[in-house]
Design a protein around this ligand. Structure first.
Ligand code: PLP
Length: 290
């Protein structure tokens, strides 16, 4: 589609491939978008759209490539270059590109794009006829069981933990301990390894599954936040961390690695060696991708 495109301060067309694969908009959904319509080349409610975009960016700490004046100037130029009189302008600003890691540096350079598109606005007949709705559950975004790239919430939560001096974030939902920003969560109580049951609130971790298979006694049930103080041991799991002991949560008492955690670390290591496929011996040096 040979439409006019504004990309990071210059005009081109949507035929040009401008985005890099390591852009956080692509990898994490770490971006904000806006759409306004224009009729006879006139943008409609442009200041309102500018304000919403600016508020959204501020709220997730992405630098706004525009102030209100430059935003209006850019959109005016985009419409001048557009070959049609009516349509929409789609705008997206991501946190920018960088090494793939949930926790982002504070000084990223945002990626900004804006392009115009023709659009079939409803005509008078459709506005009279109306449209039909179909209802469904509001699942926005409650499908944590899908390893989706909608990771903005995870990235922000992990950033919060980093700022507070943590290595990982523990996600608590109405006093229920779900899991971590990019790892599964376990406690051990009286010899029983306890973790959240598989449902839409957690990712079905591959390591979680392995550890459950390797543990002697397991209970999959909801963990109340009050159980954290009394737990004998606490650990988290992921592909990159393996079984990782938790030595403190917030300002609670410090802990040391417990015997069941140590045993599961050993069992997981052994299982990884057993399962190693011949090709893995030649695999590239792994990077910290979770
Ligand atoms: N939970 C979340 C939210 C994750 O993102 C991950 C890994 O990315 C995990 C748990 C651990 O899953 P796995 O053991 O498959 O790496």
């Amino acid at each position: 589609m040979n439409d006019v495109l504004w990309f990071n301060g210059r005009f081109t067309t949507t035929d040009e491939r401008v985005l890099r694969v390591e852009d956080r908009g692509f990898l994490f959904g770490d971006a904000v978008y806006e759409v306004f319509k224009f009729i006879d080349k006139h943008p409609i409610f442009l200041r309102d759209h500018s304000l919403r975009l600016s508020n959204g960016l501020k709220s997730i700490e992405i630098r706004n490539p525009w102030d209100e004046q430059t935003f209006i100037a850019t959109m005016t130029q985009l419409l001048e270059r557009t070959a049609f009189d009516a349509g929409i302008v789609y705008i997206e600003v991501s946190r920018g590109e960088g090494e793939r890691a949930h926790v982002f540096p504070d000084d990223m350079t945002p990626t900004g794009v804006a392009f115009s598109r023709r659009f079939n606005f409803p005509d008078a007949a459709k506005h009279e006829r109306g449209i039909r709705l179909i209802s469904t559950d509001d699942l926005r975004w409650k499908h944590c069981d899908v390893k989706s790239v909608n990771l903005l919430a995870n990235a922000l939560a992990k950033k919060h933990a980093q700022r507070k001096g943590g290595d990982e974030v523990l996600l608590i939902d109405c006093n229920i301990v779900r899991e971590c920003g990019s790892s599964s969560f376990f406690i051990v109580k009286s010899g029983v390894v306890i973790t959240h049951p598989l449902d839409c609130h957690i990712l079905p971790g591959v390591t979680r599954d392995r550890v459950i298979a390797l543990a002697d006694r397991v209970e999959e049930r909801l963990i109340d936040v009050r159980e954290l103080d009394d737990a004998d041991e606490i650990f988290i799991t992921s592909t990159t961390l393996g079984v990782m002991p938790v030595n403190q949560i917030d300002d609670r008492a410090k802990r040391t690695r417990g015997p069941i955690t140590a045993e599961l670390q050993q069992r997981l290591k052994e299982a990884e060696v057993e399962r190693r496929t011949p090709s893995s011996a030649h695999a590239a040096k792994p990077r910290d991708i979770r």
